[in-house]
Design a binder for this molecule. Structure first.
Ligand code: XUL
Ligand code: CO
Length: 436
């Protein structure tokens, strides 16, 4: 039984290949800086977009049939497992990520939902045996069901908070059973539509309470992986509390969650926050919160989360530069939180999309190493701050300078001499390395 009859194992054929079902840049076993490309990139398949999304939009029905030839919801869920493992095997993808409600159908009661999830988790576990396929992270879907219309952890209804907590408990159990090293909080409904009906202070305190409960529970069950918050400024709510990396880091520190949580940075969410992807990664990295990546890209002409497969090599290069400087992934990886366009409705399109995304990041990784090896950009930045190495700069850095001593210095030395930022020159180096 195959769900993807039109292609077999996708191989690396190199840049000269015109075979659509082949990698042009992603050479999984190629050693770069001492380890295979696949271990640098740790590609993951998103269960929801890859196996579930029917590509409906507000103006029309779905274009992809996700019944996998079955009618019973649990049979469909099991078929998705089979299809997912075939897909990962053929693409050479070693990780996956899921929400509880992607893998199993919601039951009529919570008890039924719990049973459904446990049954499919057991099936996934049996499929993992004897393969290299691992769980990157798990999460709970606390945004689809209408009960979450006012939020989950930030709901004004305590019963909804309790329901969300129950779902999280089971999603953590599923993550632990499948050996996952990450658990994600993405707050799709954790925000507000209007301040006129919102007590922001209670909502934020409660969100932190929910996260703390999750940490306490998971640690008590032996989970030694990372928790992640995935920042996003808006959509579906008008304003989301986990706006961007800087906001989330402030939140985690305020509530004492910074030892257990890192960030899962999504490219398109960065764009929505008015940042570049690399900005969000840089903020995470320099603050010690670099965790995992949801790779995708938006459309520069559309203002919403289009979740497209990444094709922009310049952006991928800048992102991979941040990954390398962060020392690589530990528990994290690169999850394609990306979906095909609505008219790309065949299963072949899914594979072609992944091939394109994986090639983009493979090339980004190669180019990021070339930028570092070239050295001109790094040494420019090093040199740009050389005034802090000695004299008055060293005094500022080592904390001996005061406002008085700096005034004395300025009175004596007069107008500072400043240098050019050389942006255009540095951009030309990037272009030169990207296109050589
Ligand atoms: C939504 C989004 C989610 C999270 C997991 O924009 O990115 O799929 O990645 O809940
Ligand atoms: Co995401």
């Amino acid at each position: 039984m195959t769900y993807f009859p039109n292609f077999g194992k996708i191989k690396y054929e190199g840049q000269g290949s015109k075979n659509p079902f082949a990698f042009k840049f992603y050479d999984a076993d190629r050693i770069i800086d001492g380890k295979p490309m696949k271990d640098h990139l740790k590609f993951a398949m998103s269960w929801w977009h890859t196996l579930c999304a029917v590509m409906a939009d507000p103006f029309g029905a779905g274009t992809i049939d996700r019944s996998y030839g079955k009618t019973d919801p649990m049979d469909i869920a099991r078929a998705k497992v089979d299809a997912g493992f075939e897909f990962m095997d053929k693409l050479g993808i070693e990780y996956f990520c899921f929400h509880d409600m992607d893998i199993a159908p919601e039951g009529k009661t919570f008890a039924e939902t719990k049973k459904n999830v446990q049954e499919i988790v057991a099936y996934i576990k049996s499929k993992m045996e004897g393969t290299n396929i691992k769980l990157l992270w798990g999460t709970a879907n606390l945004f689809n069901n209408p009960r979450y219309m006012h939020g989950a952890g930030t709901s004004c209804e305590a019963d909804v908070f309790a329901y969300a907590a129950s779902q999280i408990k089971n999603a953590i159990d599923a993550t632990i059973t499948l050996g996952g090293k990450g658990y994600v909080f993405w707050g799709g409904r954790e925000g507000y539509e209007t301040l006129l009906n919102t007590n922001m202070a209670i909502e934020l305190d409660n969100l932190a309470r929910l996260m703390k409960m999750a940490v306490n529970y998971a640690r008590s069950k032996g989970f030694d992986g990372d928790f992640y918050v995935e920042p996003k400024p808006k959509e579906p709510t008008k304003h989301q509390y986990d706006f961007d990396s800087a906001t989330v880091i402030g939140f985690l520190r305020k509530y004492g969650l910074d030892n257990d949580f890192k960030l899962n940075i999504e490219a398109n969410h960065a764009t929505l926050a008015g940042h570049t992807f690399e900005h969000e990664l840089r903020v995470a990295r320099i603050n010690g919160f670099f965790g995992s990546i949801d790779a995708n890209q938006g459309d520069e002409h559309l203002g919403w989360d289009t979740d497209q497969f990444p094709t922009d090599v310049r952006t991928a290069t800048c992102a991979m530069y941040e990954l390398i400087k962060a020392g690589g992934f530990t528990n994290g990886g690169l999850n394609f939180d990306a979906k095909v366009r609505r008219p790309s409705f065949t299963f072949d399109d899914l594979a072609l999309a992944y091939i394109s995304g994986m090639d983009t990041f493979a090339l980004g990784l190669i180019k990021a190493y070339e930028i570092i090896e070239d050295g001109r950009i790094d040494s420019f930045v090093l040199d740009r701050y050389k005034s802090y190495k000695s004299g008055i700069g060293a005094e500022i850095m080592n904390g001996t300078a005061t406002l008085e001593s700096l005034e004395e210095y300025t009175l004596k030395n007069g107008e500072p001499k400043v240098e050019s930022g050389r942006q255009e020159y540095l951009e030309s180096i990037l272009t030169q390395v990207l296109y050589r």
